[in-house]
Design a protein around this ligand. Structure first.
Ligand code: NAD
Ligand code: UD1
Length: 338
């Protein structure tokens, strides 16, 4: 069993990954500045698992915070979720994104080097494939330039990590390229809790269902897809959390830098999300078709063969599970953690 530092562990994907790590018998240390989360998620992680974790409220950009963690704990590996993730906001305040995501990652990697910890799992995104690759995306495809500053930070960090692993063979780095995470822990105790008006589809749908928003706007109905709405590869957050455990096992045994797509490989349309949500949860989602959203690609989904073959990972939950669990979380927590 290993001791894992989880940066951003109080957030949506981080909290679900903490549950899986604790259930698998690992020790967990969370470093999070709570800029987009609440400590309540970690209280619930501990209640759900019946196990404790160490929480340090701190910032990955602060050397003192990082050194405190590495000097106090014998860390075996780092899973790095901490960062800013709102695409629209990244266009308005690019420097905040470069600072948090890129400078933050550099500070973290330097602290790891000082502490001689070389196992690293990075939260990347399908956005690194850019705009011109055809779906399904394969890891061997050349990466493209993301059309927003958030995506750009993921590309830069991936490229930095590859170069670091080439320069120093002690490093063992996983780049996990997430597709579209949705869903929540089956208990409904932890889930996604966006601040303000949600940018992403799933939290918007559940907030309409719970009465916090009037109706869903579906951005674009004239794409060249099966029903005219965009298609994405939605993946249950618990499957995604499990992928981190598989990557951890792999990285503790190998060296170098390697990328894996984490998706189901099945394109699902926005309209299908709305219709299936209504069917499985027996609740109406008022909606309208609206203009296309700038920057959206018509369709993207993963080829996850590499994760299957090399990590022994594949998605276990289907679309209905994702939508039932998303709603279960939202209806039990109409105002999120607050
Ligand atoms: P989230 O915002 O819920 O979690 C991120 C956590 O990091 C938050 O708890 C926040 O408080 C913390 N944080 C931010 N800046 C920090 C800093 N400087 N120091 C310490 N803590 C800091 O987001 P999430 O959805 O759980 O995403 C986790 C990671 O996965 C992010 O890196 C994100 O870019 C990446 N990712 C997310 C998605 C998605 O759709 N959710 C898709 C692809 C990749
Ligand atoms: C977005 C980001 C991506 C990031 C990911 C996770 C863009 C262009 N891409 O992916 O870089 O990694 O979030 O944070 O922003 N939709 C609606 N109505 C809504 C909300 C969304 O119709 O109210 C549609 C969108 O047009 C899109 C689909 O739902 O077709 C999924 O949108 P979203 O959940 O924002 O994810 P992505 O755009 O795929």
């Amino acid at each position: 069993m290993a001791k894992i530092l989880v940066t951003g562990g109080a957030g949506y994907i981080g909290s679900h990954t903490c549950v899986e790590l604790l259930n698998a018998g690992h020790q967990v240390v969370v470093l999070d500045n709570l800029s987009n989360s609440s400590e309540e998620s970690l209280n619930r992680v501990q209640a759900l698992t019946g196990k404790t974790l160490d929480f340090i409220q701190g910032d990955i950009r602060r050397t003192e915070d990082l050194d405190q963690v590495f000097n106090t704990h014998q860390i075996d590996a780092v899973i790095h979720f901490a960062g800013l993730k709102a695409v629209g906001e990244s266009q308005k305040i690019p420097l905040a994104y470069f600072d948090n995501n890129i400078n933050g990652s550099i500070a973290l990697i330097q602290a790891m080097q000082r502490a001689k910890v070389f196992n690293f799992i990075f939260s990347s995104s399908a956005t690194v494939y850019g705009e011109s690759n055809p779906s399904p995306y394969q890891e061997k495809m050349p990466l493209g330039m993301p059309n927003n500053n958030y995506g750009y930070t993921k590309l830069v960090i991936e490229q930095m990590l590859e170069k670091i692993a080439i320069a120093d063979p002690q490093w063992s780095i996983a780049l996990l390229r997430y597709f579209n995470p949705v869903g929540a822990h089956q208990s409904g105790r932890i889930g996604e809790d966006p601040q303000g008006i949600p940018n992403n589809l799933m939290p918007f749908v559940t907030q309409v269902a719970v009465g916090r928003r009037d109706k869903l706007s579906i951005f674009g109905c004239d794409y060249e897809t099966q029903d005219g709405t965009c298609e994405r590869d939605f993946i249950h957050v618990v499957d995604l959390a499990q992928a981190h455990l598989c990557a951890l096992t792999n990285r503790l045994e190998s060296k170098g830098c390697r990328a894996w797509n984490i998706g189901t490989g099945k394109p699902i349309s926005v309209l299908e999300i709305k219709n299936t949500f209504e069917k499985v949860n027996q609740i109406a989602i008022p909606f309208e078709f609206a203009e296309r959203r700038t920057g959206d690609l018509p369709s993207f989904y993963a080829d996850s063969t590499r994760a299957q073959q090399e990590l022994g990972w594949s998605a276990q939950y289907d679309l209905e599970d994702m939508l039932i669990d998303s709603w279960n979380w939202q209806k039990q927590n109409p105002k999120g953690y607050h």
